[in-house]
Design a protein around this ligand. Structure first.
Ligand code: COA
Length: 176
């Protein structure tokens, strides 16, 4: 029912419209957004979902993953994830995430975090971050801060702040 494809530049306006519709004006006020500002999603991990409806092919879902450092462990933040309201509840969100998580693992990522509803994301293996282990750069309901290991044991190595990766300019300045 849904085809998952790599996001291309021409999908941009439809993705923005879907995210505005799905998250409303509070979209940029969320704490997760602080990890996106000045950051870029991983190009190989940006997806759109298409659906054939009455002979018409429409873009109906989108998902991206962002590079973050999770308590010292390089990893990813999942989201935003959004599905066109009229097609929700038909498996599109899960299909997007399963594809993205499988590709992230192939690319060597070990750990993924997100802020979202635990009962939904448990369907693709996310669980609550152990209390006190990780902090976000702003207020977050701790029961909504979730993780999924792509490499077993990665969460045990993660402790402290979840931050953006150092920019290439910062890396150069530090001489790494
Ligand atoms: C959340 C969202 C991406 C789910 O996409 P979807 O394609 O409808 O989800 P799926 O079809 O893959 O999964 C649907 C199942 O998950 C359940 N589900 C959906 N959202 C849920 C939630 N927030 N909490 C618990 N269960 C949820 C549905 O009840 C359904 O259950 P069923 O299979 O037993 O009927 C979609 O509802 C959406 O775009 N919402 C607005 C944006 C948003 O909130 N994004 C997530 C940010 S945390």
């Amino acid at each position: 029912m849904f085809d998952i494809e790599a996001e291309r530049p021409e999908h941009g306006p439809a993705i923005e419209a879907l995210l505005d519709l799905s998250f409303g004006p509070g979209r940029y006020a969320k704490t997760a957004q602080r990890l996106r500002e000045g950051n870029r999603p991983v190009p190989e991990l940006c997806y759109v979902a298409f659906s054939d409806e009455g002979g018409e092919r429409n873009m109906v879902g989108s998902l991206s993953f962002w590079p973050v450092v999770i308590g010292g462990v390089p990893g990813l933040m999942l989201g935003p994830l959004a599905v066109e309201p009229r097609l929700r509840g038909k498996g599109c969100g899960i299909k997007l995430m399963e594809r993205g998580l499988a590709d992230a693992k192939k690319l060597g990522y070990r750990l993924v975090i997100l802020v979202g509803d635990a009962p939904y994301y448990a369907r693709v293996g996310f669980g609550p971050v152990p209390p006190g282990r990780l902090t976000m750069p702003g207020p977050v309901d701790p029961s909504r801060l979730l993780f999924r290991e792509l490499d077993i044991g990665a969460i045990a190595q993660a402790k402290g702040a979840i931050v953006k990766p150092p920019s290439s300019a910062e890396v150069k300045a530090s001489g790494i």
